[in-house]
Design a protein around this ligand. Sequence first.
Ligand code: 1HN
Length: 357
Amino acid sequence: MLSQSASKATPEELASFYRDLETQSTAALWTVQESVLVNEPKSKAVPHVWRWKELRPQAMRAADLIGTQDAERRVIMLLNPGLDGRIATTNSLFSGLQIVMPGESARAHRHTPAALRFIIESDGGYTTVNGDRIPMHNGDLVLTPNWTWHDHGNNTNTPIMWLDGLDLPLAHMLEAVFYEPYSEDVQPVTLPTDSSLTTYGAASLRPTWENPTETHSPLMHYPWDQTWAALQRLAPVADGSPYDGVVLEYTNPNTGGPVMPTMACHIQLLRPGESTKAHRHTSSTIYHVVEGEGFSVVDGQRLDWENKDVFCVPGWAYHEHANASATEPAVLFSFTDAPVLRSLSLLREQPHPEGHQ
Ligand code: 1HN
């Protein structure tokens, strides 16, 4: 019969041992055990709302002060107050507000962090992705996956703005960030306008002569009119998710899975007066209010939000959502790192034991 052994050292002997270990770039696991093997995660990121009323004027101010020659991208970063100045909105995800003024371009480049854009104000500005020029309109989702060439341009006469979403903090933590400028400011458009939409954008119809090779969606453009139509069809008839209301995932048409290997995107509609139950998951999420007003309770904290605000839900934080209007729907766009956690068997989800916080 084996038994656990008793410690033999005096406090002085132990202290001297720990000092010696430190000089040799080592340490004793048992002195830090509890901070390494936590019972459950506790994100350093905190729940937070960035208000459109404050963000938009700062983007306009940035456009007054800085040109796109000096700013590779004119982005107001949304930095989580709990993350001590890290360039991160949640532990793994980054979000920011980008503005391109009339007549301006943001030069062509590519990087390994994957990006998505949810268009907030644009009446025909564009992003070109690998030679495919994608016109951007309010509510559209545009992807620029890992290592795709992309540049943005505004040939309209009003400023264009969108929410950027990137897996930058994750790629940075993995020390896998590469970046390359294109040889010219604007990349040549080599395909008919909006080719990915023409080729892959028909609901449930896939070109059979194409052999999917990439891990991301071949479709780069998810226009708002299709998204809105799907929500409108479903909202009156669907039960929806107990945690998210009528929630739809933007999919990779080749797989039915997430649009990119590191980020999934969702659109959700909370019907007038609808409030959801609380749950939590190890993935973190960034939300943008497409329209409406309401609140979310995140880790016990009430976050009131309205049209075009952005808010975040850190990993493993309980959250529930409510539409404050009795007559109008509330619509939220969101993106999450859930595909990363799922593929590593680290995605856990738990309903709140009482349903609400
Ligand atoms: C970036 O390259 C873009 O290409 C947007 O539009 C936001 C944030 C951090 C690093 C690179 C873009 C970014 C970014």
